[in-house]
Design a protein around this ligand. Structure first.
Ligand code: TYD
Ligand code: MG
Length: 489
């Protein structure tokens, strides 16, 4: 009988310890170490016969390799994020919050691929066959030729896959529910997850099937289980969105066969996820154009320009430390923009609460949004709505200068396509796109502030100035030089 051995393993990074401790030294996680019983190898490593290695032939880098053929499922947004379809023999991991629609997306992808004549197997470890069937019926996909099983044992799954015709794609929903006979700890532990993932990686490489794993995420959005699984797979996608909004974003975090900054946009409808081929239109719908504090940002998501609305609310604070609340952007980046506005443009927001929101629940990671954020903040402070047909992009530097950002022509073209008349952007870098849209270049945030302040009503609205407090003097000053030589006009 195999010797039983207890070890303490960090459930987040897989580091092994001899005894329990509160903090994992390897990844810094607190309370992530759990006891696991492992079956030791029947022959100790020292007693195993040493085998002479076999020499392998070395190749050159310039040798001919056929382009990887792709399994195209026909759901355009999914195929694009995967890099133009799934690669046979690859394994990918999709993470996301519970209820975001991972199972729905994968049932739809399975049915679409089966509809193109491929053999697809969907293994659910979380739901019974009836539940998956019910969902397929709701999606109108009950007729699809998808092999369905509710199973959690990795060896049974591999045995099932070994029978019958060649499998093109296998969906495992989810990796945390699997367990293997070769590891002795409970399902969901790092050892089990790693062992099962290893078995499936081997299966994918040996048979050329594409394996898709669903992964749970922890409270802070990380894919649960060992980080090593993320290293073992060929691609890691996250499926994001929030409960209050109907659209979902599939984002590639790692992809050995495609770009990593590509996003796929879906909308959750009564009959499953539908593709959103033009996200800008979706994110800009229901825009309140006459209100101060909103600016349209021309952003890039991968290779695709996406326009989105940035909303700011600046209100006098009754607290000693004013509130800074951000949804959809980096709070540290907001602090930086506020500091630059204060130090370089005299816009003092130290006594104001600042709320910033990216409309529609989108998350922006680009510094190119600085200019749009600054415009929205100043517009909210002054009560002057920005022109409804303006878009903004540009990165603010700590000196107050506005810097160029990548792919300006693509951003300008998208804005022109959606009917925007003027782009307020950094100087230079717009070759070839000026004809499509009017361009107003700003060299510094101070120029931007002066331009917006010049549009502001002479007396700030009542609700803006707290009783007994003067409107910010800096803005009065900023308003002066504006006029004939207004940089924004
Ligand atoms: P699901 O795919 O089960 O999420 P996950 O696998 O990521 O946990 O999605 C469940 C949610 O999606 C559920 O709250 C209901 C909603 N939904 C729809 O709105 N329309 C549909 O057609 C389907 C199938 C689900
Ligand atoms: Mg699910």
């Amino acid at each position: 009988m195999a010797k039983r051995d207890t070890s303490f393993i960090c459930q987040s990074c897989g580091a092994v310890y001899a005894r329990w401790q509160g903090k994992c030294e390897a990844c810094g996680g607190w309370n992530t170490i759990a006891e696991e019983v492992a079956v030791a190898a029947s022959v100790p490593a020292t007693q195993r016969a040493s085998r002479k290695g076999r020499a392998v032939a070395l190749e050159t880098l310039k040798g001919e390799s056929p382009a990887a053929p792709r399994l195209v499922c026909g759901i355009g947004e999914l195929d694009r994020v995967a890099g133009g379809g799934f690669v046979p023999g690859s394994i990918l991991l999709i993470g996301g919050d519970p209820g975001i629609g991972k199972s729905t997306l994968l049932v739809q992808a399975s049915a679409a691929l089966a509809g193109r004549g491929h053999r697809v197997v969907y293994v659910s470890g979380e739901e019974a066959v009836e539940q998956v069937r019910l969902r397929a019926q709701r999606l109108g996909l009950a007729e699809a030729e998808v092999g369905l099983a509710a199973e959690t044992n990795a060896e049974n799954i591999l045995a099932t896959l070994g029978t019958g015709a060649k499998v093109a794609m296998v969906v495992i929903d989810s990796i945390q529910t699997l367990w293997s006979d070769s590891a002795d700890s409970a399902p969901g532990t790092v050892t089990q997850v790693r062992t099962c993932a290893q078995l499936l990686v081997r299966y994918a490489k040996q048979t050329g099937a594409c394996v898709i794993l669903v992964g749970h995420v922890t409270k802070d959005g990380q894919i649960a289980g060992p980080r090593v699984v993320e290293h073992m797979v060929d691609a890691v996608f996250s499926f994001e969105g929030d409960g209050g909004h109907q659209f979902r974003i599939l984002r590639a975090q790692k992809n050995r066969f495609g770009p990593t900054d590509e996003i796929g946009v879906f909308e959750m409808t009564g009959s499953g996820l539908s593709e959103v081929p033009n996200p800008s239109e979706l994110f800009l719908s229901n825009r309140d154009t006459g209100a101060p504090g909103t600016a349209v940002f021309a952003g890039m998501e991968g290779t695709r320009p996406v326009l989105m609305e940035i909303q700011a609310l600046v209100a006098p604070s009754s607290l000693g430390t004013p509130r800074r609340a951000v949804v959809g952007w980096d709070p540290a980046r907001l602090s930086m923009v506020l500091a630059v506005l204060d130090a370089r443009c005299g816009v003092r927001l130290g006594g104001h609460d600042v709320y910033l929101n990216v409309a529609g629940g989108l998350r922006i990671n680009e510094p190119a949004a600085d200019l749009a954020v600054a415009a929205a903040l100043v517009s909210s402070l002054t009560g002057a709505p920005l022109p409804a047909d303006d878009v903004y992009f540009g990165e603010a530097s700590l000196t107050g200068a506005v810097r160029q950002v990548s792919q300006a022509p693509a951003r300008l073209k998208e804005a022109a396509k959606l009917g925007f008349a003027r782009a307020v952007i950094p100087q230079g870098g717009t070759e070839g796109a000026e004809a499509a849209i009017g361009v107003s270049a700003v060299g510094s945030l101070a120029e931007l502030v002066a331009g917006i302040a010049a549009r502001a009503p002479k007396r700030p609205p009542q609700d803006r100035a707290p009783p007994g407090r003067e409107p910010p003097r800096a803005l009065e000053a900023a308003r002066e030089p504006a006029g004939a030589d207004d940089p924004l006009r």
